[in-house]
Design a protein around this ligand. Structure first.
Ligand code: PMP
Length: 309
């Protein structure tokens, strides 16, 4: 488990192939510098997006930029560029990097100013975009599914905003990893909300169910796509609350995210899900998801990596 945690949680051993755009300029990671007075660093006063790049094409970028705009509005941050400008810069960043299978990360903070809590006046936001090779997903995750551990949801009451304040998420996933699990799922008032960086679905009596996209969860782009795919495949879908007991008793559980795509969950705490293997509904939805990705012709999971143990 130690080796694997290293593989998926720290990239310190992976050379930096990638590129940064910071406040109007392209540069290497080594050259990119942000002020110690940046409000992202001081207060977590910022928002972000992660976009998956397939075959050199950013996937679902419009939805991500739309969500970035919603997050910005929710924290009263005026974005200094239009949505189209974000898309153009992201495309140029990808092209300049030469990367094909990559992740674009966008972060916007309220800028750098002497450390006082109220909004600074006359300060421009800091905008950073990076592109890096995609973080590999262990092949075991794809083929055999993942194990999740549940934790009390101790986050704030606006989890619908994609802010960079991720400390509860960081702590939960770290504790899950140490306990031998691959992802942590949050539970609030007995109801499952979402993962630390993923949304959660169950299959209950043949119906595909996920918690409603209210203030308790981030409305994942992948979540939306998977719901559409499920309807397109003829499954009944519902967005309703999921008690922890229903999660553990579900015939299938899976999580979704931009980077993880769709991953089957085969164990929740001590409860084995279904027969302990990725289920048929998951397989069907993931197959269709893969078929819709830019330049996709290869078999699912072909760019996932072998575990190092
Ligand atoms: N919930 C949380 C808390 C997340 O951080 C993420 C990943 N950004 C998701 C859900 C999944 O969202 P998406 O499908 O847009 O990547």
């Amino acid at each position: 488990m130690k080796n694997e945690a290293k593989l998926t949680s720290t990239r310190a051993d992976v050379p930096d192939r990638g590129l940064v755009w910071l406040n109007g300029q392209f540069m290497d990671f080594a050259a990119a510098r942000v002020s110690v007075e940046d409000r992202g660093f001081q207060f977590g006063d910022g928002i972000y997006e992660t976009i998956r790049v397939y075959d050199g094409t950013p996937f679902a970028i419009e939805q991500h930029i739309e969500r970035l705009s919603r997050s910005a509005a929710a924290i009263e941050l005026e974005l200094p560029m239009s949505g189209e400008e974000f898309v153009t810069i992201a495309q140029e960043l990808i092209a300049r990097s030469g990367l094909k299978e990559a992740e674009v990360y966008i972060q916007v903070t309220r800028g750098a100013a002497p450390r006082l809590h109220p909004f600074p006046i006359g300060v421009s936001p800091t905008v950073v975009m990076t592109v890096r090779p995609v973080r590999p997903i262990p092949r075991r995750f794809r083929e055999r599914g993942i194990v999740v551990k549940t934790f009390p949801d101790e986050r704030w009451a606006r989890c619908d905003i994609k802010t960079i304040c991720l400390l509860p998420n960081v702590l939960a996933v770290e504790r899950a990893r140490r306990a031998g699990a691959d992802e942590a799922l949050f539970v609030r008032d007995g109801l499952v909300t979402e993962g630390t960086s993923s949304n959660v679905f169950i299959v209950h009596r043949g119906e595909v169910v996920t918690p409603p996209a209210d203030h308790r969860i981030l409305a994942g782009v992948t979540r939306g796509l998977v719901l559409e795919i499920a309807r397109g495949c003829g499954y009944q879908t519902d967005e309703r609350e999921i008690p922890l007991s229903d999660l553990k008793a579900a015939s299938e559980v899976f999580i979704t995210s931009t980077v993880k795509e769709v991953l089957a969950v085969v164990r929740v705490d001590d409860a084995v899900i279904g027969n302990g293997e990725p289920g048929d509904v998951f397989r069907r939805l993931y197959d269709v998801y893969r078929s819709q990705l830019p330049g996709r012709r290869r078999a699912p999971g072909s760019e996932s990596v072998e575990e190092s143990r």
